[in-house]
Design a protein around this ligand. Structure first.
Ligand code: CP
Ligand code: NVA
Length: 296
């Protein structure tokens, strides 16, 4: 089984991976030998801090061996076709995890590798992030019936998050400027599980929310659009005034890295109810949860 999209898990699989993530956090020694003798390839076409470090530590703590590869060495799609890279790495490695630009590369690699393939971020999903997100949310309050508001770009992080949250019966509201809403297929998918609203009315979207989430306005690979996006997303900053419209116990979430002063102010990122570094920590526990779910 692969984990390229949140929906790959199904509701039972998502609950199982979340449960394993919680157990891995609470009782790490329980799984100290879960990956003994297994080689895990971790491949990057884009920069990373959290994913790079949390996945290596997670694999090591499960008794496996992480091997990080950068695209400068591999040349995916340039030096060698993705299908051939997949067939080759599959002969050496037991699990492949990749961060790519084009999600289609992941589909090709998964089709040509017998080993489980994991998406470490693509242009349309960031499913490992979403598992850490729902783990962090579940630590704050029971999820069914709670309200999550995502503000900003309807991007990879938004897609995975809205599906994961909806699958766990969270109401999802997305506030995005026109032209930057999440893809309709993701809105439809999430709507199968829970109530989902997409609007450009930021204040209405945040009113009474339990969770307020944002991500950068220009993702990796969109740096040239940064100035234009700063203009278009101007009213979408999560600042103290906007966060104040959320519920009295609402928590703030961000996948990081944050562009402080753009999509979020210091006052919200460092707020007493910000959980952004718990999220970052949970990337490690939830990656264990995914590995355990895919290999048990
Ligand atoms: N949240 C996240 O994926 O961070 P990195 O890009 O630093 O891995
Ligand atoms: N949307 C961001 C997330 C980074 C973790 C990006 O793709 O760059």
């Amino acid at each position: 089984m692969d984990y390229l999209r949140v929906a790959d898990l199904g509701v039972d699989g998502l609950r199982s991976a979340l449960d394993l993530s919680t157990r891995a956090k609470e009782h790490p020694s329980e799984f100290a030998n879960a990956l003994t003798g297994r080689e895990v390839g971790l491949f990057y076409m884009k920069p990373s801090t959290r994913t790079r470090v949390s996945t290596e530590v997670a694999v090591s703590q499960l008794g496996g061996r992480p091997m990080t590869l950068r695209n400068e060495e591999v040349g995916l799609g340039k030096r060698e076709a993705p299908a051939d890279v997949a067939r080759t790495l599959d002969r050496y490695l037991d699990i492949l995890a990749l961060r790519v630009f084009d999600h289609e590369h992941l589909d090709i690699i998964a089709a040509h590798a017998d080993s489980p393939v994991i998406n470490l971020l693509s242009d349309i999903e960031h499913p490992c992030q979403a598992l850490a997100d729902v783990q962090t949310m579940a630590e704050a309050r029971p999820l069914p019936g709670s309200v999550l508001t995502f503000i900003g770009d309807g991007n990879n992080v938004c897609h995975s998050l809205m599906v994961a949250a909806a699958m766990l019966e969270v109401e999802v509201r997305v506030a995005a400027p026109e032209g930057y809403a999440p893809r309709p297929e993701y809105v439809d998918l999430a709507s199968r599980y829970s109530r989902v609203t997409v609007t450009s009315d930021v204040a209405a979207a945040v009113d009474g929310a339990d969770f307020v989430y944002t991500d950068v306005w220009a993702s990796m690979g969109q740096e040239e659009e940064a100035a234009e996006r700063r203009r278009l997303f101007e009213g979408y900053q999560v600042n103290e005034e906007l966060f104040g419209r959320a519920g009295d116990e609402a928590i703030f979430l961000h996948c990081l890295p944050a562009h402080r002063g753009e999509e979020v102010t210091d006052g919200v990122a460092d707020h007493a109810r910000s959980r952004i570094f718990d999220q970052a920590e949970n990337r490690m526990h939830s990656f264990k949860g995914i590995l355990l779910h895919l290999t048990q």
